[in-house]
Design a protein around this ligand. Structure first.
Ligand code: RTP
Ligand code: MG
Length: 139
């Protein structure tokens, strides 16, 4: 089934100049880009985006990290692209993420309070539509 997924290149990825590399991998996999915009998040937007994590120990450092610079907000499209992008991204912890994945090839532990893991990808059709509505309310 054709799906849409919200992908974010997080502030670490944008700051390190890896936006193009992430887009290259998405396009090389065969997914198409439906929306693409460089954005600076707000606390309010992140509270919606990360609603499932509000109150967890890593929530505040995560928000500070996500506010630390611009992010590339991307909507991708394709058959099973939600699962497919999660597979391209690799495990949440970039140290443990398999080589060949975005996090495994390009990420590492920087000794900070939150995992700086370069990208976000929606994890289910419902969360994808919810997240796309948050980042691109006009769509
Ligand atoms: P994402 O939502 O960013 O695609 O990543 P994910 O599903 O693999 O990870 P999730 O559990 O949804 O957590 C969201 C983000 O919070 C940060 N995190 N840090 N213990 C920690 O230090 C910790 N746990 C989670 C990561 O940036 C993670 O991607
Ligand atoms: Mg998640």
């Amino acid at each position: 089934m054709t799906q849409r997924s919200l992908v974010l290149v997080k502030p670490d990825g944008v700051a390190r100049g890896l936006t193009g590399e992430v887009i290259r991998r998405i396009e090389a996999k065969g997914y198409t880009l439906a929306r693409l915009e460089l954005r600076t998040a707000t606390r309010e937007l992140l509270e919606q985006h990360y609603e499932e994590h509000v109150g967890k120990p890593f929530y505040e450092p995560l928000v500070e990290f996500m506010l630390s610079g611009p992010v590339a907000a991307i909507v991708i499209e394709g058959e099973r692209c939600i699962e497919g992008f999660r597979s391209l991204a690799g495990a949440t912890d970039p140290t443990a993420a398999a080589p060949g994945t975005i996090r495994g090839d390009l990420g590492r532990d920087w000794g900070l309070k939150v995992q700086q893991n370069l990208v976000h990808g929606s994890d289910a059709p419902e969360s994808a539509e919810r997240e796309i509505g948050i980042w691109f309310p006009q769509s």
